[in-house]
Design a protein around this ligand. Structure first.
Ligand code: GDP
Ligand code: ZN
Length: 170
């Protein structure tokens, strides 16, 4: 979800290309704003009938979106959990909302940083959906996709089948 599109120029500025690269990979992208209520019906349709979670840094507008999507405060079921993370003594409270048409939405208001330390290398690699068709095709079974000869991922980047930006991010 790209929220606050009311703050963007008409063509989405430089974010347009970024969003397009995700769409090309098969991710569905919703452009939304609570100012003028654009994209909210489309977002609601994607949440309906399933369990979803809003994840994002503080300030991106998760609570505002929920207020618009679920104006009825009585739908709030309550706190799921409280934990203090990374010794910062920050209390995070996830909330579970029930959608009138079926489905549940979890809000995670306390997220300040995005960390990967709980994942092993294989899980991070598999997180890149466009890598899937190349995994297992490297010359070495234990290839770490750094500079190994016969690395299928590196070859795919070389041939432009995997975006160099995405690979650099990996
Ligand atoms: P959260 O921390 O992710 O829950 O973010 P909030 O919902 O508290 O929103 C953070 C700030 O962004 C608030 O000042 C909101 O009024 C503002 N905001 C939220 N959604 C939008 C939007 O679509 N457009 C604009 N311009 N501001 C927004
Ligand atoms: Zn490899």
């Amino acid at each position: 979800v790209l929220n606050k599109i009311d703050l963007l120029p008409g063509n989405d500025g430089e974010l347009g290309d970024l969003l397009m690269s995700y769409q090309a990979l098969g991710y569905s992208v919703v452009r939304a704003t609570v100012r003028g209520e654009h994209g909210l019906d489309e977002l609601y349709a994607k949440l309906a009938g399933r369990t979803s979670v809003f994840v994002g840094q503080s300030g991106v507008g998760k609570s505002s979106l929920i207020d618009c999507l679920l104006p009825n405060e009585a739908l709030r079921i309550g706190a799921l959990s409280e934990d203090s993370r990374k010794g910062t003594h920050t209390t995070t409270t996830a909330r579970l909302y029930s959608l009138p048409g079926g489905g549940e939405l979890i809000d995670s208001p306390g997220i300040r940083e995005f960390g990967l330390t709980h994942l092993d290398e294989r899980q991070v690699t598999e997180g890149f959906i466009e890598f899937h068709e190349y995994l297992g095709r490297c010359r070495f079974r234990d290839c770490r996709h750094r500079n190994e000869p016969g690395c299928a991922l590196l070859e795919a980047v070389e041939e432009g089948q995997i975006s160099a930006e995405r690979f650099a991010s990996y």
